[in-house]
Design a protein around this ligand. Structure first.
Ligand code: G5P
Ligand code: MG
Length: 226
């Protein structure tokens, strides 16, 4: 791939497989994977005042307020270059507006449309290695040694917001605040939707779509970035 700029957003409900599919996209197309949830969880681990405040929102299944989120992501995006994928941001209209004022419209938005009952089951079996963000699922991608991270051997744990009642709150927040963004990106002509119940089945379609998309972009003389 000879592109010098490629900016992608992945959308989807909590547990829809954004992290799983995004890791594969970033590996295949050499993009920086920017994960808003991991950035917030790292801040929590620092035990800073901000981290404590973030924990309150996250563990209740609410969104972090836009002004805080925009400040955190603004700092994060300063040094990421022009080839990236955003996973978990933007999640509201003000966030999307701010992003596109800063960088212009992205090249593509991939949306994962997965039934909520499938999602609830997946999140029951999710474990993470908190320092790295590596994610496991007891059915789908279990760790090699039970209860331990594959790379470091350190313990893995459940995310505090994967408790069933918090998952219900997160899905409700998604419906109310984030799903409307689909229309925003549909109108901008950059949205591509994928439906299904298994990441391994969806992934080849995502890959093929992005390959075709990139080969079209490659043929265009020059693209404008803000
Ligand atoms: P996060 O961290 O962004 P969510 O809620 O958007 O959290 P989440 O939970 O990280 O999304 P995902 O990335 O969409 O889910 O999915 P995943 O981790 O890849 O897959 C879920 C599980 O299913 C994993 O265990 C995976 O292994 C497994 N899996 C994947 N595919 C399959 C499959 O085909 N089959 C099976 N059986 N399993 C599979 O945000 C967390 C919180 O941070 C705050 C909010 O409070 C949010 O709730 N936050 C923000 N607040 C405001 N604005 C923002 N922009 C914010 N960003 C984060
Ligand atoms: Mg994720």
């Amino acid at each position: 791939m000879s592109l010098s700029t490629f900016r992608v957003i992945i959308l989807g409900a909590p547990g829809s497989g954004k992290g799983t599919i995004a890791s594969r996209i970033c590996k295949t197309f050499q993009l920086n994977h920017i994960i808003s949830g991991d950035i917030l969880r790292k801040e929590q681990q620092n035990q800073s005042e901000l981290g404590k405040k973030l924990a309150e929102y996250i563990k209740s299944g609410a969104l972090v307020p836009d002004d805080i989120m925009i400040r955190i992501m603004g700092n994060e995006m300063k040094n990421v270059g022009n080839k990236w994928l955003l996973d978990g941001f933007p999640r509201t209209y003000p966030q999307a507006d701010k992003l596109h004022k800063e960088v212009g419209m992205v090249d593509s938005v991939v949306n994962l449309d997965i039934p909520f009952d499938v999602i609830r089951k997946r999140l029951e079996g999710r474990f993470i290695h908190a320092p790295s963000g590596r994610t496991y699922n007891l059915e789908f991608n279990p760790p090699k040694v039970s209860g331990k991270d594959d790379i470091t051997g350190e313990p893995i744990e459940r995310r505090a917001d994967d408790e069933p009642e918090v998952v219900m709150a997160r899905l409700k927040t998604y419906k109310e605040r984030t799903e409307p963004l689909l229309d925003y990106y549909r109108k901008a002509g950059v949205l591509k939707e994928f439906q299904g119940t298994e990441s391994n089945v969806i992934w080849p379609f995502v890959k093929e779509y992005l390959e075709q998309f990139i080969s079209q972009l490659d043929k265009q003389p020059k693209r404008k970035t803000a």
